[in-house]
Design a protein around this ligand. Sequence first.
Ligand SMILES: Nc1ncnc2c1ncn2[C@@H]1O[C@H](COP(=O)(O)OP(=O)(O)OP(=O)(O)O)[C@@H](O)[C@H]1O
Ligand SMILES: [Mg+2]
Length: 363
Amino acid sequence: MTVIEEAAPVLRPHAEQQFAHELAQLAKDDDRPRPPGWLLSPQAVVTYLLGDDSIGITAKYVGPRRLMEVAVATLATDRALLLLGVPGTAKTWVSEHLTAAISGDSTLLVQGTAGTPEEAIRYGWNYAKLLSEGPSRSALVPSPVYRAMALGTIARVEELTRVPSDVQDTLITILSEKTLPIPELGEEIQARKGFNVIATANDRDRGVNELSSALRRRFNTVVLPVPESVEDEVSIVTQRVASLGRSLELPPVPAAEEEIRRVVTIFRELRSGVTSDGKTKLKSPSGTLSTAEAISVLTNGLALAAHFGDGILRPGDVAAGIIGAVVKDPGADDVIWREYLETVVRERDGWKQFYRAARENSR
Ligand SMILES: Nc1ncnc2c1ncn2[C@@H]1O[C@H](COP(=O)(O)OP(=O)(O)OP(=O)(O)O)[C@@H](O)[C@H]1O
Ligand SMILES: [Mg+2]
């Protein structure tokens, strides 16, 4: 193990590792009351999320402060938090950072899928031990939720609505009684103070299993919106692209502002079905064209510019990525993209170079 750890730094540190210095600083200066089991006061958690330049805390979430206040306040009550929204609205991202700031450990995570079994939320067994010793605490394999209950920390459940309904409902007792019965041992574990659950769910997914009303009542829902204005979205993308570029150790590429604005404008126009001046109606392609995808188109563009270009992000470096994001269904989306290209992009001032690059890539 240690040999591997020494070989290279981890690819993606957890939030509590990456921002350890910010969390330590906030904790040191935090003189407000902390809910039982919390490492920071609710105020300091919100500062960690939204950032504060004056004390050197970077912004993790860009959006309405009130939403984060509601989310954090919920976690200090006996209700769990459900972060809901279309893809790429930072649900997972916010859940990781909230957990890092409140509990100092964002790794107690259940990834919800159509095949998530009850054991992933309750506990399983080490069958070798179960057969040799019979049921015992040492043969029991705790789930992340079980461990969070025992430690008094936050457990995360990703994509809760993909989990089959009967499995979802195992959360009801956990969230209302704050206990998890272990009938095989005639025991139970009781959650310690500080325990709670943050779930995320996507309201655009196919094959979702709606939460039962009993379970829904145990959650407070916070809907994360698509960024309201072009400016907001440009600032999210700029920030995330810069920090991804640093962590991937891409050579620095200056002045990407113009390309970032272009990608964000194209995504917003195609998403909303109308040009930014409100004059031309457009057809929307089948993909979601989320902020998260804009971030990855630009990060790819930066890698191209740094390694194969002249070190400056050019229209040609983002064109292929944009087309890949827009044209998910080669038939219908391709027609929509070409129409957009010919009616909107072609006519726009300062977009000639991009138009040519996009034409070349569309062939
Ligand atoms: N408002 C925002 N503030 C900061 N970062 C954002 C914002 N919106 C999107 N992002 C960025 O988008 C990326 C993807 O977000 P994330 O994976 O959390 O989305 P999601 O809502 O969980 O999507 P999905 O439904 O596909 O799981 C993250 O890198 C995040 O930083
Ligand atoms: Mg997610």
